[in-house]
Design a protein around this ligand. Structure first.
Ligand code: SF4
Ligand code: SF4
Length: 356
């Protein structure tokens, strides 16, 4: 298990400066592919994502999982997410099998949008199998955004069988109030749907990155970028105790997807624990600015490449995303920003999602 002083920056920083916290949990993004295309998605997951390099192999998943346990000991946690992790069910099962064989604990949950729950027998079969392989908790996503694409009967079926097989402690319905009173925005006119989105966000704010920045940000009152001056991201980036990791090995701090802390590779030199030990944010051209100055600090970098600020932004993350997207498009800060699918710039197969 690592200690704070095992990190190179923590050893060198002054005693009164905030430390770079140990990553105790990781979300393993098995794929960016998803049958849906939710407005709240903080990347651009969809049925048309065609980036094979971002598919996580069983080996990579195991390496990251093992590294989290090495770093944080018994408190190390992983969750399996996407995109939609059930889209490649065989791989999901292989990861669970391999983890069980390796005696790996610490699975927090597997997430799903339940799109695949079309048949009771199939749901029972898969969940029983995963239960035997150590499924600790199933998170079923259900909200106004997800139900634009996934028929609600599938969520209901998933919940019924999961509760029966796993018991209430091991099923997380996210969100229960919506599950009890679902609202279907699919048939609504755009202005009605936007109103439903705004109501949902008044209850639970969404991080305005990726598709959410493009689809939801403009529903809010907008403020000029100057109004975000002096709001830095020290706590979000230095204090994040968790990371997300995609199939290419990109490691993102917390939920700040698209900012690459570094890359893990399935070899003994580029592991997650090594990355954490060697990471000094002052050497990272994007994170150093965000930690010291927040997203308005990125404006200077972007203006050197002719970035034109928008008339307004809904939130500091909206501002941050917009500038990062611009820099990514300009091929600036390669290796520190990406991949393309986080910025809506990935190659596409143009497959339409089903809407309901
Ligand atoms: S929010 Fe989840 S279910 Fe919706 S498009 Fe993104 S990955 Fe898919
Ligand atoms: S502004 Fe950027 S770095 Fe800060 S919390 Fe939002 S996404 Fe993360």
């Amino acid at each position: 298990m690592l200690r704070l002083e095992d990190n190179v920056y923590n050893r060198r920083c002054r005693q009164d400066e905030p430390k770079f916290k140990l990553w105790k949990s990781a979300g393993l993004m098995l794929s960016y592919r998803c049958p849906s295309r939710c407005a709240c998605c903080y990347v651009f997951s969809g049925p048309d994502v065609a980036e094979p390099a971002t598919e996580m192999t069983v080996e990579m998943a195991l390496d990251c999982w093992t590294a989290v346990r090495r770093m944080a000991g018994a408190s190390g946690r992983v969750h399996l997410t996407g995109g939609e992790p059930f889209l490649d069910y065989d791989r999901l099962e292989q990861i669970m099998q391999a983890a069980q064989k390796a005696g790996l604990e610490g699975l927090e949950k597997i997430e799903t949008n339940a799109y695949w729950c079309t048949d009771a027998q199939l749901v029972r079969q898969r969940l029983s199998r995963l239960k035997k392989l150590g499924l600790t908790r199933l998170q079923i996503s259900t909200d106004v955004y997800h139900q634009q694409f996934v028929p609600f009967e599938r969520v209901r079926l998933a919940a019924r069988i999961a509760l029966d097989l796993l018991g209430p402690q091991r099923v997380q319905i996210r969100w229960r109030d919506f599950f009890a009173n679902p609202i279907m925005v699919g048939p609504m006119k755009e202005n009605q749907r936007n109103k439903a989105f705004l109501n949902a966000m008044a209850k639970r704010p969404e991080r305005l990155l990726g598709r959410a920045a493009e689809k939801l940000a403009n529903l809010f009152p907008l403020r000029t970028y100057e109004e975000f001056t002096d709001i830095n991201c020290k706590q979000n980036l230095l204090g994040a105790r968790h990371v997300h990791i995609d199939g290419s090995g990109n490691v993102f701090p917390g939920t700040c997807i698209g900012i690459v802390v570094g890359k893990v590779i399935s070899d003994s030199k580029h592991t997650l624990d090594r990355l954490w030990q060697q990471f000094d944010y002052r050497q990272h051209p994007i994170m150093s600015v965000l930690i010291e100055k927040g997203p308005t600090g990125l404006i200077n970098l972007a203006q050197q490449k002719s970035y034109q600020p928008k008339p307004g932004y809904a939130h500091k993350c909206h501002l941050c995303y917009d500038i990062r997207r611009f820099l990514y498009q300009k091929n600036a800060y390669s290796g520190y920003l990406g991949p393309a699918v986080c910025y809506g710039l990935a190659p596409s197969k143009n497959t339409p999602p089903a809407t309901h």
